[in-house]
Design a protein around this ligand. Structure first.
Ligand code: PLP
Length: 402
């Protein structure tokens, strides 16, 4: 017998399972609207030209070694990340009360941040939006949080934010609850609070003494503008909150598998930075010891060079514009077909995803009958659309609904 014989099969991860089914599907016109990664107008993954350029340059650089990075990562990278998130001139940087820790992409950043809050501040309750990115729950529970709670977010009837529900749920949250907030381009709904709504959220969180944990996986990717996409985080900082923010470079640099991320931490007083860094060092030491260097070097080098930075900004504008065009194209096709329902939400939503409003049954119909792969929740990755397949997808949606 084996010691492992009583281990039961766990459930599949929906998004990876879907990807596998897509890869195995031999149908010529199959469409992948599942995984949240950018695709070009031919449906192919895209390595950003500025990343390729930097990688070539780095490959020739004999001074780059494979020595260990410090436990908290490459400092030029984490400093650049903090500046990108908060704005270079943010007073909290000059005051020395903001710092960054290089992490294993956005997920690793959430994991380290959550462990910090649980272990050292003894926080146990966390709130996430209903719905949210499907990994928030697991990451926080694995970090020691024992009280998962949701706040209302998506209103199915209006296909907009249920703001009254959101406010009500935060208002009844116990003190020191950690509230996960999507910095921009909410996944999966594609709907963000307005600035007025953010102000109200900050009011309640201040009054109820809740702790903001921002998740910024799409800075620059949502609007094409890095500053606009960071508005909410900067607003909370300006209001005087202490907060943490998980940043991912998976989407905006296309560095998905390099696991490049940063945890930005803003404190009320610079004197708390050193002890906190030392404790974070022990958290990371016991989790993975230290992060990989390649992707962080790419990002740090691009962010540090004015010309390359501009090139990168053009890339994110290009990607976000293509997403916007495809939203419009899909809506136009559905209107042309006279598909029942109102499709304005597709163009109102931002970021990579659209929460279409398709039911699980309709979504499955698209997978099984039309080789169009999407999550059961009806979330589609807009980048999976291109001029060559958008009419096909619209006809299939029409078929699923009619
Ligand atoms: N947070 C949100 C909201 C996301 O959508 C994602 C990726 O899909 C992540 C975090 C983390 O991604 P990664 O760990 O690849 O950076």
């Amino acid at each position: 017998g084996s010691r492992f014989q009583n281990i039961e099969q766990g459930p599949p991860i929906e998004v990876f399972q879907l990807n596998k089914l897509f890869t195995e599907d031999t149908f010529q016109n199959k469409v992948n609207l599942g995984v949240g990664a950018y695709r070009d107008e031919n449906g192919k993954p895209w390595v950003l030209p500025v990343v390729r350029k930097m990688e070539k340059q780095m490959a020739e650089d004999a001074t780059l070694l494979h020595e260990y990075l410090p436990v908290l990562g490459l400092e030029s990278f984490s400093n650049a990340s903090v500046s990108m998130l908060l704005g270079q001139d943010n007073p909290v940087i000059a005051e020395g009360r903001a710092f960054g820790v290089q992490t294993l992409s956005g997920t690793g950043s959430l994991r380290v941040g959550a462990e910090l809050l649980n272990k050292h501040l003894k926080y146990t309750t966390f709130y996430y939006s209903s719905p949210t990115w499907e990994n928030h729950h697991l990451v926080f529970v694995n970090s020691g949080f024992t009280q998962p709670r949701t706040y209302r977010y998506w209103d199915e009837k209006t296909r907009a934010i249920d703001f009254a529900g959101f406010v009500e749920d935060l208002s009844s949250a116990p003190e020191n609850s950690v509230v996960i907030l999507h910095a921009c381009a909410h996944n999966p709904t594609g709907i963000d609070p307005t600035q007025e709504q953010w102000i109200k959220i900050a009011d309640i969180m201040e009054e109820r003494k809740l702790f903001p944990f921002f998740d910024s996986a799409y800075q620059g990717f949502a609007s094409g503008d890095l500053d606009r996409d960071a508005w909410a985080v900067r607003y909370f900082v300006k209001r005087g909150f202490e907060l943490v923010c998980a940043q991912s470079y998976a989407k905006n640099f296309g560095l998905y598998n390099e696991r490049v991320g940063n945890l930005t931490i803003v404190l009320s007083d610079a004197k708390h930075v050193a002890p906190l860094k030392s404790q974070l060092t022990w958290i990371v030491r016991g989790m993975y010891s230290n992060p990989p260097a390649h992707g962080a070097r790419v990002v740090a080098n691009v962010l540090a060079d004015g010309r390359l930075f501009d090139e990168w900004r053009d890339h994110i504008k290009f990607m976000s514009s293509r997403v916007i065009q495809m939203r419009e194209a899909l809506r136009a096709e559905l209107i042309k077909l006279g598909t029942p329902g109102n499709w304005d939400h597709i163009v109102k939503q931002i970021g990579l995803f659209s929460y279409t409003g398709l039911t699980p049954r309709q979504s499955e119909h698209l997978v099984q009958q039309h080789h169009i792969y999407l999550l059961r929740s009806g979330r589609i990755n807009i980048c999976g659309l291109n001029p060559g397949n958008v009419a096909y997808v619209a006809r299939a949606i029409d078929d699923a609904i009619s």
